[in-house]
Design a protein around this ligand. Structure first.
Ligand SMILES: N[C@@H](CCC(=O)N[C@@H](CS)C(=O)NCC(=O)O)C(=O)O
Length: 208
């Protein structure tokens, strides 16, 4: 399997899953800072010009959540997905909550802080998105009370997606009111096969 990644991005969700599964893969860095995602060779693999991408034989999978679900289904013996319908539905629920209710405000903040051209940035949207993130993080804080994992009693790919997204929220300084989420995120990153935190990954590319 070939894994196209750029260290501090949503690629972390996929690297985390691959490392927990303990499977062989070839990692290929797509240097977003250097514009490698806009090269025609990469656009052929993902016309959206985004990472992560997983290529497994003739199958090309984009979208970080689709990739982690594919990997968990490909290696069922590692039990990173519940088989019971109710638990699986809970997993889908929290995965979608993570990418729609938590990630989207964080993405808006990142765009309006630094990714959009300066003239297009809307500081007011940073404020709105921050409030929306915090309101939804509070809902999750309540859900996580007394829990080790977001779904059921064992680790699933939803934990990798969520812990990365909470690390992103922590980088944006939005987790201050959610001590339970902070300690869950830190516990997840203390797992032996966890990937680097976003701050470490950013430092590794800055050093290059
Ligand atoms: N929904 C996609 C988002 C992928 C995405 O936006 N990746 C960013 C890095 S986190 C990227 O490659 N950006 C390059 C660009 O938009 O030009 C996923 O979860 O995989």
């Amino acid at each position: 399997m070939k894994f196209y990644e750029f260290a501090p991005t949503r690629s972390i969700r996929v690297r985390w899953t691959l490392q927990e599964l303990g499977v062989d893969f070839e990692a290929i860095t797509v240097d977003l800072k250097g514009g490698e995602h806009n090269r025609p060779e990469f656009r052929k693999i993902n016309p959206a010009g985004k990472v992560p991408v997983l290529v497994d034989g003739d199958l090309v999978v984009t979208e970080s959540v689709a990739i982690v679900l594919y990997l968990a289904e490909k290696y069922p013996q590692k039990h990173l997905l519940p088989t019971d319908l109710r638990q699986r539905t809970e997993l889908n629920r929290w995965l979608l909550f993570t990418v729609t209710e938590l990630e989207q405000p964080l993405w808006r903040i990142a765009r309006h802080r630094s990714l959009y051209p300066e003239a297009l940035r809307l500081p007011a949207d940073i404020d709105l998105a921050s409030r929306e993130f915090k309101a939804m993080a509070t809902v999750l804080e309540e859900h996580m009370r007394g829990r080790q994992f977001v779904v059921g009693d064992g680790v699933t790919v939803a934990d990798f997606v969520l812990a990365y997204t909470l690390d992103w929220g922590n980088e944006a300084k939005l987790l201050g009111d959610c001590p339970g989420l902070l300690s869950y995120m830190e516990r997840m990153y203390a797992r032996p096969n966890a990937p680097p935190r976003i701050a470490q990954a950013l430092a590794s590319i800055a050093a290059k």
